[in-house]
Structure formats: structure tokens, C-alpha cells
Write a protein that binds this ligand. Sequence first.
Ligand code: ATP
Ligand code: MG
Length: 254
Amino acid sequence: MGNDKFKGIKAVGKDLLNRIKQYAGGAEPIFKTREEWQQWMSRQEKQSAKAVNSQNRGVKTENLVVRSGITDLYRTCTFATYKVTNDGQRIALSYAKSYADGFGTGFASFIFAGSVGTGKTHLAAAIGNKLIRHDKKVVLITISDLLLKVRECYAQNKSESGLIDTLCRCDLLILDDVGMQRGKTNEAVLLNQIINRRSSEFKPTGITTNLNFAGLSALLGERILDRLKMDQGIWVNFGWESYRSNVTHKNFKK
Ligand SMILES: Nc1ncnc2c1ncn2[C@@H]1O[C@H](COP(=O)(O)OP(=O)(O)OP(=O)(O)O)[C@@H](O)[C@H]1O
Ligand SMILES: [Mg+2]
């Protein structure tokens, strides 16, 4: 069947090769026989298929990152861009890397807790960015955005169940800034509902928070914290100076 394609070439045979030589101004063509031409064509087809695939993959990954809710500031966050200048950062980085490397072998959750600007969201986003590149569905959402979306549902007379379904479907849900809206809203009820459902479906949840153990325990309740500990979930303390004064966005491109 493959040879039918080359019937024409075979028919003209030497004459075609001579004509190519003529048009090429005496230069030797890169293939001298039908077989060489065949091989060259097949190499070209493979190369262009590879280029198209890699282009599609790039676009797909980019779309997934955009849909994940990881904002511009954190889209470029990786383990490599997390600078280590103290033991705490070294431990936090190593936990975050191991978490990403071991993802999928169980359903462990993670909690990054500690003071402002220490890189909790950076490392959570680095985990997310890595997993997205490995075709996992990751959503990172701040609690204020989550509550805003719930309010939007109510404003449109819609139930928030569709939103909760989406958040429960992804492979990893990262809830950023848990505790920020404490006392103002129904944050605790909503988080209970989401984490409870995810853990009952063996899906992990990542949390970043400024609260300590007692604070998070008071907000979420022991039942939920216990669920986050399932399958050797990790708690990492971030207790050093804020890095924010070092951040410049001179080279930041939209
Ligand atoms: N060790 C680090 N190396 C490089 N960049 C860092 C490091 N720590 C933090 N950053 C950067 O500093 C900024 C603040 O970090 P991040 O937002 O992750 O802090 P956070 O702990 O989540 O703070 P908050 O509690 O206020 O939410 C980000 O731009 C982040 O990329
Ligand atoms: Mg943060």
C-alpha cells in the first residue's frame, strides 16, 4: 500500500532525478534513489508531527495553568526559584518537592502554616505547577475568591453546588489563605463541606494559612484536621522573615 504513493516517481525514475539536478543548478540532490527519497519524506513527516505535538502540549499546559486559577504572580513559581537561606526554608522546600514527587501514590494532604511572606503560596503553587505539567488537574483558590464566587452564585439565584462539584473533582485543590475571612462569613462551613467530601473520595487538599495549629483547629474543627492528617498528610511550619521586600517585578511579563 505504501508503495502506491511512489508509483509516479518510479515511472519517471532516472528522468526525475536528472531534472532535479538540472533545476538545482548542478548541485547534488539530497536523495539519489527512490528509497532515499522515501526515507527523507518519512523523516520530515515525523519531525513535523513532533513539532505540532510539542506546540499543542505547550498550549494545553498553558490553558490548564490559566484554568487552575494560579495567578500571574505564582505561575512562574517553581522549586528552583525558591531561595534557601535558612534551615526552615530547606526543610519546607524538601517537603514540598517530596510531596509533588510522591503525588498519586496516596492521597496525603498538606498544610503550610506560618507568618506572612515566607513562601507558603510560592511552594504550594510550585507543587501545582509541577503537577499540571504532569497532566494533573489542580485548582488553587484563595478563600476570599472562593467566598466571592459563592456570593455570585447566590446573587444569580443559583446553588453553590456546581462550584463545590468543580472543586471536588480536581486531583489537587489548594485552598490559599485559610483563616483570612474568619468571623466574617460562613468560611468554616464551606471548607468543612469541601474537605470532608474530598477526603471521603480519597482526594487530597492543600492549605496555606497564617493560623497556628490551635487557630486552624478552632476554625475547621478537629474532625476536619484529622481528615487532613489521613494517609500521612504533612504540616510544615514557615516561621522566618518575610521575603516580600526582596521581590521585584521589573522583569515580570504579562
Ligand atoms: N524563599 C523564597 N525564594 C524566592 N522567592 C520567595 C521566597 N519566599 C517567598 N518568595 C516570594 O515572595 C513573595 C511572597 O511569598 P508568598 O506569597 O508565597 O508568601 P506567603 O507565605 O504565602 O505569604 P502570606 O501569608 O502573606 O500569604 C512571592 O512573590 C514569592 O514568590
Ligand atoms: Mg500566601
